[in-house]
Write a protein of this length. Structure first.
Length: 274
């Protein structure tokens, strides 16, 4: 994995250094809370911003899309802004068809399902795009690059798959990592010790030079609330969670928890599908 430095784009999957921010747009108010963050990351990392619009129009150019790109260019002259208009009736399929392997997708969602139902555009993009997706739920306020980064673990390979991305982001933002596992209330002491040892081992493996990687074991029967509360208490910039795409009755995995965090949490959630 390529090690990022503060101000340079990270590699989130293997050696795939992020080379653009992909921003799906819908021309609704939901776009507003994400666009500022997308521009900030592009400027911080000196990479292009690509606006993606999916519609059933066969016109090669969409005036509203080009007007938005021109507006951003006028306000940020050093920023490279590209546009992609995808013809189609399915927004999720259209988005997935046009992202590049080294894209980081930022998108808002007001319909993350908190494991109650499947099929939101956001969840389909997470499971199908093959790239990291940073989701902004309806309660996200200020994005704080450089603040702590929280990683949700549950002992699974899919949860651990986000650790390299977490390390890359922590280095790129010069931020501290927190590895957090939520354990149901009533678990016996021997299992608690085993879980604590596991989290400490993971923290030791990915510890950043000159930075301490913290870890926390939280007892709660509500992993979504526990992780969201921990991130809020730390004023974290984001939460990272793997996604497995499990279906009911087994949806309460890190995949379903990640969508619950998007739905209810106050910080963005970066997801990687495994």
């Amino acid at each position: 994995m390529t090690h990022a430095t503060a101000g340079s784009p990270p590699s989130l999957i293997g050696d795939r250094t992020i080379f653009e921010i992909a921003l799906p747009v819908t021309f609704t108010s939901a776009d507003d809370r994400v666009r500022t963050f997308a521009i900030e990351l592009c400027r911080r990392w000196s990479i292009p911003l690509r606006l993606i619009y999916v519609s059933d129009s066969i016109e090669p150019s969409i005036p509203q899309l080009e007007d938005l790109a021109a507006h951003i260019r006028r306000r940020h002259e050093a920023l490279t802004v590209k546009t992609s208009h995808v013809y189609g009736h399915d927004a999720a399929v259209g988005i997935c068809s046009t992202v590049f392997p080294r894209s980081l997708v930022l998108m808002p969602t007001d319909h993350a399902d908190e494991w109650k139902m499947k099929g939101s555009v956001a969840e389909i993009v997470v499971m199908s795009a093959g790239v990291p997706v940073l989701l902004f739920g309806p309660n996200v306020g200020t994005f704080r690059p450089g603040a702590d980064i929280v990683v949700g673990l549950d002992g699974s390979a899919s949860a651990e798959a986000v650790l390299p991305a977490a390390l890359g982001l922590a280095q790129a933002f010069d931020a501290q990592l927190w590895l957090v596992q939520v354990v149901p209330v009533g678990v016996d002491d021997e299992i608690n010790v085993d879980i604590a040892t596991y989290i400490q081992d993971q923290a030791a493996v990915i510890e950043i030079p000159h930075h301490r990687t913290g870890w926390e074991l939280i007892h709660s029967n509500n992993p979504v609330s526990a992780l969201a509360s921990f991130a809020e208490a730390r004023n974290a910039s984001m939460i990272l969670a793997g996604a497995r795409g499990r279906t009911d009755p087994h949806r309460q995995s890190m995949g379903s928890i990640s969508m619950g965090l998007v739905s209810t949490g106050t910080v963005p959630v970066l997801t990687l599908a495994v």
